[in-house]
Design a protein around this ligand. Structure first.
Ligand code: HEM
Length: 480
C-alpha cells in the first residue's frame, strides 16, 4: 500500500535547474528527444522543475508500469493547463478532466453508449461509403497522373467519417466547425509559457489567451446551433442516434451506476465531450496513418510484403472490408512498428499526481506533472534490442505485444485509468485507410526522390505529426 513519506524526501535524480525557468531551457524544439537523452544520464524516473512546475519524466517500460499500473490511481489526474481550460469549458469533458467521480462515470457512459463494439460496428457502412469516395477521388488523380498531398486527403476522409458519426449527415455548420477545431487543436498543442510560469499568465506574452478565448467562443456558438437542431429533430421524432443524439438523450436521464451515486451530465458536458472526441479522435488517427505510410514509402521491401499479404487475403478483384482487417497480420505488425517509432502523443496526455507518494524510493510530490516519454520507451534498446531505431515489423512475429496497454514497451494509446477510450475505433479507422492506400495504389515519391531521402522530421506538440505533408504519386493497381 502506498504511504507518504515525510521523513526523508528524496526526489528522483535530474538536472540542476536555473532560477525561475528551472530546466525549461533544456527542452529544445523536440522535448521528447532532449528528455530521452537526459534520461540516459539521470535514469528512467527523472525529476526536473519546468518553470515552477515539478515534473517527473518516465522513460522506460518498467518505470511506466509503476506509474500507469502499480500506482495508477495516484497519477490518474490531469494538469490544468490554461488553453485547455478555455477549450474544454473548464475541463468539463474527458481528456483533461481531473480524476474523480465525474470522470469515472463519464468514461463508463461513453464506453457503453459510444465506444462499444456494437455502436462502432453500426457505423461500418457509413465508413465504407466515405472510404469508397476517397478511393474514387484518388483513382481519378492517379488516372490524371497527378501527385497527391496524402496528408491532406487522409485528413479529409477521417474528418468526414468523424463528423458523420458525431453529428450525422447535416453539413452546414460543420464547415465552420472543422476550421475552428483545426485552430483549437493547434492551439492546444502550442507551448504556453503561462503553464510553466503562471505569474506571467496575465501578461499574455504570446497572445494566446486572446486566441483561446476567441476560438472557444466561436466553437460554442456553432455547437449551440447544432444542439438546437438536434433537439428540435428529437422533438419532431427524428431519431438518428449519432453521438450527439445519444449524448443529448442521456442528458436528462439518470446514469446511476450500481456502485456509484448519480452524476448527471449537462449541456456543457455534452459540448465538452463532443469536442474532446473530435479533437482527440481526428488528429491522432490521421497522424498515425501519415507516419505508417511514410515508413512504408521509406521501406519498399515492407511495402511490397504488405501488398503481397493484401493480394493473398483480399485479392485484386475487390477492395478491403472491415471484416478483412483481423486477417492482415503483417499489416498490423507494420502499424505497431509505426506507432512504436512515432507515438502520436510523445508524452501521452500529461498526468498529474493527486498526492505525495514514494515510487522506487523516490519521493514524488503532489501535483507533479508526469510526462510518460512513450517516444523514448518505444526506442529503449533494453526493451527492443539494439535495432530499436530501425523500422522492422518482423520484430513482432515472435511475441504477443499488443496495443491495448498491457505491454509497457508499447503504449501509444496509454494504459490504465486514462487509457484512450477510442482505441478500437481509432484502430479500425487507421487500419482501414492504410489498407486501402496500399492495396489500391502503388506509390512513387516525387522528383525521383530516393525512399531513404524522405523527410521524417517531427513537429512537437500535444500530438506529434510529421513536420511535412506526405506527397506521392499514385498508380491504381486493382482489377476493378
Ligand atoms: C490511432 C488513433 C488514436 C491514438 C494513437 C490515440 C491516443 C491516445 C492517447 C495516447 C491518449 C492518452 C492516454 C493516457 O493519458 O494514458 C488518449 C486519450 C484519449 N483519446 Fe485517444 N487516440 C486515438 C484515437 C481516438 C479516438 C478515435 C477517440 C474518440 C473517438 C479518442 C478519444 C480519446 C479521449 C476522449 C481520451 C482521453 C481519455 C482520458 O483522459 O480519460 N482517441 N488517446
Amino acid at each position: 500500500q502506498l504511504k507518504h513519506i515525510t521523513t526523508h524526501r528524496k526526489l528522483p535524480p535530474g538536472p540542476w535547474g536555473l532560477p525561475i525557468i528551472g530546466s525549461l531551457h533544456l527542452l529544445g524544439n523536440l522535448p521528447h528527444r532532449s528528455l530521452s537523452r537526459l534520461a540516459k544520464k539521470y535514469g528512467s524516473i527523472m525529476f526536473m522543475r519546468l518553470g515552477s512546475v515539478p515534473t517527473i519524466v518516465v522513460s522506460s517500460p518498467q518505470a511506466a508500469k509503476l506509474f500507469l499500473k502499480t500506482h495508477d490511481a495516484v497519477f490518474a489526474s490531469r494538469a490544468k493547463l490554461q488553453g485547455v481550460e478555455y477549450l474544454t469549458y473548464g475541463t468539463k469533458g474527458i481528456a483533461f478532466s481531473e480524476y474523480g467521480l465525474y470522470l469515472r462515470n463519464v468514461r463508463k457512459l461513453c464506453a457503453l453508449k459510444l465506444f462499444s463494439t456494437a455502436k462502432i460496428n453500426s457505423f461500418a457502412s457509413m465508413r465504407g461509403e466515405a472510404i469508397g469516395l476517397f478511393v474514387q477521388s484518388l483513382k481519378e488523380m492517379a488516372a490524371a497522373g497527378n501527385v497527391v498531398d496524402i496528408s491532406t486527403r487522409v485528413a479529409e476522409v477521417i474528418e468526414d467519417m468523424a463528423y458523420r458519426m458525431v453529428f450525422g449527415h447535416d453539413k452546414d455548420e460543420m464547415i465552420d466547425l472543422k476550421t475552428l477545431i483545426g485552430e483549437a487543436t493547434s492551439l492546444a498543442g502550442t507551448f504556453n509559457i503561462a503553464d510553466y510560469l503562471p505569474f506571467l499568465g496575465s501578461f499574455d506574452l504570446q497572445g494566446l489567451t486572446r486566441r483561446f478565448q476567441a476560438a472557444s467562443e466561436a466553437i460554442d456558438e456553432v455547437l449551440e446551433k447544432i444542439i438546437d437542431k438536434h433537439t428540435k429533430d428529437a422533438r419532431d421524432g427524428v431519431n438518428h442516434m449519432n453521438f450527439m443524439d445519444i449524448m443529448l438523450s442521456l442528458m436528462s436521464k439518470s446514469n446511476d451506476f450500481k456502485d456509484e451515486p448519480l452524476y448527471a451530465i449537462d449541456r456543457t458536458n455534452v459540448k465538452a465531450i463532443i469536442l474532446d472526441i473530435l479533437v482527440g479522435g481526428i488528429d491522432s488517427s490521421l497522424i498515425s496513418v501519415d507516419w505508417a505510410l511514410a515508413e512504408l514509402l521509406r521501406h519498399p521491401r515492407v511495402m511490397k510484403k504488405v501488398q503481397e499479404e493484401l493480394k493473398n487475403v483480399v485479392g485484386m478483384g475487390r477492395t478491403v472490408e472491415e471484416s478483412d482487417l483481423k486477417s492482415l497480420i503483417y499489416m498490423n505488425m507494420v502499424l505497431k512498428e509505426a506507432l512504436r517509432l512515432h507515438p502520436v502523443g510523445p508524452f501521452l496526455i500529461p498526468r498529474e499526481s493527486v498526492e505525495h507518494s514514494t515510487i522506487n524510493e523516490h519521493y514524488i510530490p503532489k501535483k507533479a506533472r508526469i510526462l510518460i516519454n512513450t517516444w523514448a520507451i518505444g526506442r529503449d534498446p533494453n526493451a527492443w534490442s539494439n535495432n530499436a531505431e530501425e523500422f522492422f515489423p518482423e520484430r513482432f512475429i515472435d511475441n504477443n505485444i499488443d496495443l491495448y496497454g498491457h505491454d509497457f514497451e508499447l503504449i501509444p494509446f496509454g494504459s490504465g485509468r486514462r487509457r484512450c477510450p477510442g482505441i478500437q475505433l481509432g484502430l479500425i479507422t487507421v487500419q482501414l485507410i492504410l489498407a486501402q492506400l496500399v492495396h489500391c495504389f502503388d506509390w512513387e515519391l516525387p522528383n525521383d526522390m530516393s525512399p531513404s531521402d524522405l523527410n521524417m522530421r517531427e513537429k512537437f506538440g500535444l500530438t506529434m505529426p510529421r513536420a511535412n505533408h506526405l506527397i506521392a504519386k499514385p498508380t491504381y493497381r486493382l482489377h476493378i
